[in-house]
Design a protein around this ligand. Structure first.
Ligand SMILES: NC(=O)c1ccc[n+]([C@@H]2O[C@H](COP(=O)([O-])OP(=O)(O)OC[C@H]3O[C@@H](n4cnc5c(N)ncnc54)[C@H](O)[C@@H]3O)[C@@H](O)[C@H]2O)c1
Length: 360
């Protein structure tokens, strides 16, 4: 399939998101768990460029190919976060914790594994940090904690009451780390909105990225129940920079604090229109189609005010920016490859489980 028109590159400077240009301290070593994943593969090179030494602990479910661009600049520990090898925290000044099951379908597929990885392993990692005198731990939590609350805008103080396996484990992880503040841990909880944009470890199971894939492959975007549901979203570059910000922020501003990380709340319908318009600019036709809503829909909004007022951070990459960037990076001669199971966490997990069963 050919891209019928050339893409016009974005003109003008990208707005700053407020991350200071230089880190406050000299060389420091950061342990990034799950650094071989979608967010990690964008975060780790940014940390390295900022002068950090990175130890990357990851079970590498997607292999080494996604980390090839920085493999020789990190210390790689290929292990499961549930089984931290001796010495993992030696010489580490701070931790950014991303490892675990990273969406609802994978958590529901294996709730026990989800609990072990997302809840218990996080609690154990926090305790290990306390033991070693490591204070700063940035935790990748999720705005899906707000799902199920009454409609409307929610701040970090909202009385969350999540029901699903994924969000329940994230809440336990937050609470278990917060309980360690009195013992000297300085956890910072980043509740990320659904992330969009390009990564060397690409995911097409996140709403904006999925729409880009569907618009290109099917020329059609389906709006379940009309697509009126709200969702907080953030660009992957801003999500990564927010983690660096949380790593570097003064303790008095962030210890034990929760921050929502989002560019904006969007309605799914609006996202479809933004993606369809961007793809139409390539001369391709994209149809929007209303279909009945499934029994369970995720519909929630939350506020990004605390991140901006307290830490001076303003996510700067819009959905339109990210979609343009994604389209500019795609190899249109191999567009069918976007259906590869490796880009869909639940399909990849099922495929791995099937091949493990076959090998037994
Ligand atoms: N992507 C999003 O939209 C989003 C939104 C909110 C929160 N988050 C959180 O951010 C984190 C990273 O998300 P992502 O999109 O990069 O996910 P991802 O699935 O792409 O990456 C997760 C990484 O962790 C590794 N991993 C998983 N379980 C592990 C284990 N037990 N031991 C060692 N390594 C393990 C995987 O190999 C992978 O490299 C997750 O904690 C997720 O819950 C993501």
């Amino acid at each position: 399939m050919k891209n019928s028109r050339q893409f016009t590159p974005r003109v003008g400077e990208v707005r700053s998101n407020g991350l200071p240009p230089e880190p406050p301290d000299g060389e420091r070593t950061v342990l990034v768990t799950g650094g071989g994943g979608y967010i990690g593969c964008v975060l780790v090179p940014r940390l390295i460029d900022r002068g950090y030494r990175v130890r990357l602990l990851d079970a590498l479910w997607w292999g080494e190919a996604p980390i090839a661009g920085f493999r020789d600049r990190v210390e790689l520990v290929e292990r499961d976060v549930r089984d931290l090898p001796e010495g993992t925290l030696d010489g580490v000044d701070a931790v950014i914790h991303l490892a675990g099951l990273s969406n609802d379908p994978t958590a529901e597929y294996d709730p026990d594994a989800n609990w072990q990885m997302n809840a218990l392993a996080t609690e154990a990692l926090g305790a290990a940090c306390v033991e070693r005198g490591i204070e700063r731990l940035v935790f990748a939590s999720s705005c899906s904690l707000y799902d199920g609350l009454p409609r409307g805008m929610h701040a970090e103080t909202a009385p969350i009451d999540p029901a699903g396996a994924y969000a329940t484990s994230k809440r336990y992880a937050e609470e278990s780390l917060a309980a360690l503040v009195d013992e000297g841990l300085c956890p910072v909880f980043l509740r990320n909105g659904t992330v969009y944009g390009h990564s060397p470890r690409m995911r097409y199971d996140l709403v904006v990225n999925t729409f880009v894939k569907d618009a290109l492959l099917e020329g059609r975007l389906q709006l379940h129940g009309g697509g009126w549901m709200w969702r907080p979203l953030v660009d992957i570059r801003d999500a990564a920079d927010a983690m660096i910000l949380a790593l570097e922020a003064p303790a008095e501003l962030c210890c034990g604090e929760v921050f929502n990380v989002l560019h904006a709340n969007y309605q799914i319908r609006e996202l479809a229109m933004l993606v369809a318009g961007s793809v139409q600019l390539l001369g391709r036709s994209v149809v929007l189609e209303e279909v009945p809503a499934p029994p369970l829909v995720r519909d929630y909004e939350c506020s990004n005010a605390k991140l901006s007022t307290r830490l001076g951070f303003f996510p700067s990459h819009s959905v339109v920016d990210a979609v343009s960037d994604l389209l500019a990076r795609l190899d249109f001669s191999d567009i069918e490859s976007l259906t590869d199971p490796r880009y869909y966490n639940i399909r990849w997990l099922e495929a791995r489980a099937a091949s493990a069963a076959e090998a037994r």
